[in-house]
Ligand binder design. Sequence first.
Ligand SMILES: NC(=O)c1ccc[n+]([C@@H]2O[C@H](COP(=O)([O-])OP(=O)(O)OC[C@H]3O[C@@H](n4cnc5c(N)ncnc54)[C@H](OP(=O)(O)O)[C@@H]3O)[C@@H](O)[C@H]2O)c1
Length: 224
Amino acid sequence: MPLQTVLVTGANRGLGLEFVRQYREAGWHVIATSRPLDEGVRARDCGAELLQLDVRDEGAIHALAHALEGRKIDLLINNAGYHPGAHQLGELDYSSWQTAFHINVIAPLQIAEAFLPVIPPGGKIVNIGSRQGSMACNREGGRYLYRATKAALHSITRSLAIDLTKRGIIVVALHPGWVKTDMGTDSADIEVEESVSGMREVIADLGQHNTGHLINYDGAVIPW
Ligand SMILES: NC(=O)c1ccc[n+]([C@@H]2O[C@H](COP(=O)([O-])OP(=O)(O)OC[C@H]3O[C@@H](n4cnc5c(N)ncnc54)[C@H](OP(=O)(O)O)[C@@H]3O)[C@@H](O)[C@H]2O)c1
């Protein structure tokens, strides 16, 4: 099998770094992007090609796309994400809404659009969504901003999936589970290893039949 290439955003820690570690172990070429380059050192130590990207910087996204011209990205993982702190009515912090929408919604679409020329037919775009962005699964309320950003990301995923079917590119949103990272906290259900190995299996099995879906790390489809 020819060498496969994956590009992972937000690869300096958490799920992003674990994607880097596992894809390198599986023999892939990994392009890891990190907001501060010096914090991407662990990704580089895994053998990844490390590039700097603050996903809020549109100019940097286009510069990176330009730098990748002539190359092939088989798998793009829009992983970088932001979870604002205040969740409940009465404590909402509206000053963080623009930042959250920029990182969780606008950036993944800008990145997918800018990198399309290097994603071949059969290539895959994975947006790391969340069950918390599923309206069907929302029984608890609260978490207004995070849920809204992930629901918007899911909507983008669906449109991209439809628009890119004719190019043979598969697009899904994946829910990683509730995972022990800085974002998920130590109270979370599962370790990064389990989440990422599950998501890698799901990604490996993706076909046109499941493009445009929100899928759990164990392969179950989650309703929108
Ligand atoms: N953990 C969970 O339980 C869980 C559940 C559902 C979905 N998710 C999603 O999974 C993804 C990864 O989360 P995680 O749990 O690994 O969280 P994490 O440990 O907090 O890592 C978040 C990553 O996103 C990066 N990032 C944030 N803003 C960025 C920006 N402007 N430019 C570039 N990178 C930026 C961070 O980089 P810096 O170090 O530079 O901040 C970091 O690498 C996110 O999309 C998250 O919403 C997580």
